[in-house]
Design a protein around this ligand. Structure first.
Ligand SMILES: [Cu+2]
Length: 198
């Protein structure tokens, strides 16, 4: 019962960014808002709000994320334990280019705006993988802070069309009870995938 409620709460919270995203006037942070000096999503080896590049030799878990046409990530929700280093194997099973970019919702939206202004902007950083049709890419990332983060495809208008997923970073394997541990563990993503047909 407890778990059921948790899942429903999760589903409800997933819907909120989608609405916010559709608003033409995005809320701006108040003046003087403490903004990262590095700007949107430039991880280049540094600590970010959503973690830091992981050491490929110290991967805790490998998660396969499938990118499908027209604009879908599967799974669309992933639970990670705080401190965990995840190796994402990002598989593009579509006929269109896709990419997986990690970040906060605000950073991803800013990044998207930047991409619209500079169509030819090409970059590759540790928190992103641009993948051609039928190919796969890898992101190794350590999630150092708890929170709700996202992965989005910033190719063309895919993000606007809803091509993003949610990363829920929570807990610590040793300090949590059986229930929390289970909720934060890798199995949860699989359950979500099943429930929502992702
Ligand atoms: Cu895409």
């Amino acid at each position: 019962m407890q778990k059921q409620l948790f899942v429903i709460a999760l589903a409800a919270s997933v819907a909120i960014p989608a609405f916010a995203h559709d608003e033409p006037q995005k809320p701006k942070p108040p003046a003087g808002h403490d903004h990262s000096s590095t700007g949107p999503a430039h991880s280049g080896g540094k600590e970010t709000a959503f973690g830091r590049p992981g050491d490929p030799a110290k991967v805790d878990r490998t998660i396969v994320v499938e990118m499908r046409d027209p604009v879908e990530f599967s799974p669309a929700e992933i639970a990670v334990i705080t401190g965990e280093t995840v190796r994402f194997v990002v598989v593009n099973t579509g006929k269109h280019e896709h990419e997986m970019v990690l970040g906060t919702m605000q950073e991803l939206e800013e990044h998207q705006e930047m991409m619209k202004r500079q169509k030819d902007m090409h970059h590759d950083e540790p928190h992103m993988a641009h993948v051609a049709p039928g190919k796969s890419g890898v992101i190794v990332w350590q999630f150092t802070k708890p929170g709700e983060f996202y992965y989005a495809c910033l190719v063309e208008d895919h993000f606007d069309l809803g091509m993003y997923g949610k990363l829920r970073v929570a807990g610590a394997p040793a300090s949590q009870g059986e229930h929390m541990h289970h909720a934060a563990g890798g199995q949860h993503g699989q359950e979500m995938r099943g429930m929502y047909g992702g």
